[in-house]
Ligand binder design. Structure first.
Ligand SMILES: CC(C)(COP(=O)(O)OP(=O)(O)OC[C@H]1O[C@@H](n2cnc3c(N)ncnc32)[C@H](O)[C@@H]1OP(=O)(O)O)[C@@H](O)C(=O)NCCC(=O)NCCS
Length: 167
């Protein structure tokens, strides 16, 4: 696992497309989201990580972008993507551990995401309400989760980078 490098973007795009592909053959919304995040001020190159089995092959990707809790900076994770033929071999878990380690090393205070608690709970994510953090949409309920890092994590409403809001 390593930081994304210049030239990885097309492979990363293909990985996200494969991971989120539906039955209708349409381009998954996560692909367009990733494109727009790259052009947004919330894109943080240090938090775009790829996993590869062999040199040149990308088999997973995770990104965290700049969000806020109230006016305090925080991170929003997603998309996380592992293509079906590489799933259930630990790649997604490695990427999650990697992005959390990077966040801790860079003294980020809090990481938020929308996802399945059965998967993300193992990385220390808890329902956001337990940390005094409100989801951008109250209907997300327990699927909006937070992992608090060092320091005194901020409390309040979470706001993702703008491309998420435009979804
Ligand atoms: C979610 C995802 C990133 C996991 O990647 P992975 O490489 O398969 O993950 P790992 O091999 O590290 O872990 C697999 C474990 O996660 C569990 N898991 C994976 N997706 C899950 C889900 N949606 N709900 C519950 N558990 C899930 C598996 O059951 C497995 O559990 P086990 O270890 O107890 O058997 C991958 O399945 C994926 O890209 N899915 C499609 C896109 C997606 O939904 N991304 C997440 C939302 S942004």
């Amino acid at each position: 696992m390593r930081r994304e490098r210049p030239g990885d973007a097309p492979c990363v795009r293909a990985v996200v497309a494969a991971a989120f592909a539906g039955d209708d053959g349409a381009e998954p919304i996560e692909v367009g989201l990733l494109d727009r995040l790259r052009d947004d001020g919330g894109w943080l190159p240090a938090f775009s990580l790829v996993a590869g089995e062999v040199v040149g092959e990308v088999v997973g990707h995770v990104v965290a972008t700049r969000g806020h809790v109230g006016e305090q900076p925080a991170l929003g994770v997603g998309p996380v993507a592992v293509p079906p033929d590489h799933q259930r071999r630990g790649v997604g878990s490695a990427l999650m551990h990697g992005v959390l380690a990077a966040a801790e090393a860079r003294e980020e205070s809090l990481v938020a995401l929308l996802g399945e608690p059965a998967f993300y709970g193992r990385f220390g994510f808890r329902p956001a309400a337990e940390h005094g953090v409100e989801a951008p949409d109250a209907a997300w309920g327990r699927f909006f989760q937070v992992r608090a890092l060092a320091g005194d994590p901020p409390r309040g409403r979470f706001r993702y980078a703008a491309p998420f809001v435009e979804l």
